[in-house]
Design a protein around this ligand. Structure first.
Ligand SMILES: [Zn+2]
Length: 353
């Protein structure tokens, strides 16, 4: 695929975003271009080529099925106008720390909190691309409890809201941080830690851990395993908390982000999807253009299977109080804007002369 060009493939700025996506039809056309660059491909039978019908759907020349641009994507059967979806994607992708459900609800005049919350969860659910590259080079790996401040707990079950989370971070030489990965762990045993490492780190990489026994055996899995002992660090007079500085840095950024943007109000059942969002944004922190990040989110969204509300709320553990599904009231009006004829010119500010 040819290189993506700012100002042609994706908007360069908020002004360009607003100029490009003025109507729901503009958004639909962009999605169509993203999904079927060149020619329509039937998602049912794989046939290439078809006809556009009067209602905007496509008629497959192979099997005769009718398909809409949004069918089979996360925008499938959405009652939220695409202008609202696109603006949500823009905020999600371009804000340095993302956006909370409450601020999205306010910014886009979305009637219900649940609708805004579910939109953000749909976006989060597309961020982990199947078959994405694993980390390589020198990779620090550690586990930490997220959702609480108690240090020192290890190996056992999470207490309260704290959830044991595996963190892997590329550590550049001599200093600097590359990409990261984060995943919830059942516990700190090698049965949990080994699959975390093999799932997120390329074989042949150098894996740097502390001396915890859960990491024993990594050399046998095709890694160069460097172990750093807390006891040896203490004996040298070094800070044992800084044994794995890259992991330490990423973990504290993730915790701070959960506490600030989301005010810590993240349930265990949804923690993984918040971590996916953090990792997605962290790994694109040096992206030359925020508009390119917006393009990536939409590209993933257009290529992702539909995500149903029940799948979002299902999570890993049942909630005590099920959230109310969005009602008709919750669906926001389109953000299509018509000229407003400068209403301030008709206002009287009370001055005379
Ligand atoms: Zn077909």
């Amino acid at each position: 695929m040819a290189a993506l060009v700012a100002g042609i493939h994706y908007p360069r700025s908020a002004g360009e975003f607003q100029a490009w996506f003025r109507t729901d039809a503009d958004c639909l056309d962009y999605l169509e271009w993203l999904r079927w660059p060149g020619r329509f491909v039937c998602p049912g039978c794989g046939h290439t080529g078809g006809w556009r019908l009067g209602d905007g759907r496509f008629w497959c020349g192979g099997c005769g099925a009718r398909t809409s641009v949004t069918a089979g994507t996360i925008f499938d059967r959405t009652r939220t106008p695409l202008t609202v979806w696109f603006t949500a994607c823009w905020l999600f992708a371009t804000q340095k720390d993302g956006v909370s459900a409450l601020s999205l609800q306010r910014a886009l005049a979305i009637g219900s909190y649940q609708t805004a919350w579910a939109m953000l969860h749909r976006l989060r659910s597309v961020l982990v691309r199947p078959g994405r590259d694993r980390l390589a080079g020198r990779v620090e790996v550690d586990e930490t409890y997220i959702g609480g401040e108690e240090p020192g707990l290890r190996g056992g079950r999470a207490r309260g809201k704290k959830v044991l989370t595996g963190i892997a971070v590329e550590a550049k030489e001599p200093t600097g941080i590359g990409r990261c990965r984060m995943a919830l762990l059942a516990d700190g045993s090698s049965a949990s830690l080994h699959p975390f490492v093999t799932g997120h780190v390329e074989p042949g990489a150098t894996v740097i851990t502390d001396a915890w026994m859960g990491y024993h055996g990594l050399a046998g899995l095709g890694y160069v395993h460097q172990r750093r002992s807390q006891r040896a660090a203490r004996a040298r007079g070094d800070d044992p908390g800084e044994l794995l500085p890259a992991v330490h840095r990423v973990a504290s950024l993730a915790k701070r982000w959960l506490l600030s943007t989301h005010q810590g109000s993240v349930e265990e059942a949804h923690l993984q999807s918040y971590l996916d969002e953090f990792v997605f944004r962290f790994n694109r922190r040096r992206s030359a253009s925020r508009g390119l990040v917006f393009y990536r989110v939409l590209e993933l969204a257009a290529g992702h299977d539909p995500v149903r509300y029940r799948n979002i709320v299902a999570g890993k553990r049942p909630r005590k109080i099920p959230p109310t599904p969005p009602t008709a009231r919750g669906h926001p009006p389109s953000l299509v804007r018509s000229p407003a004829e400068r209403p301030w010119r008709t206002a009287d500010l009370g001055y005379s002369g």
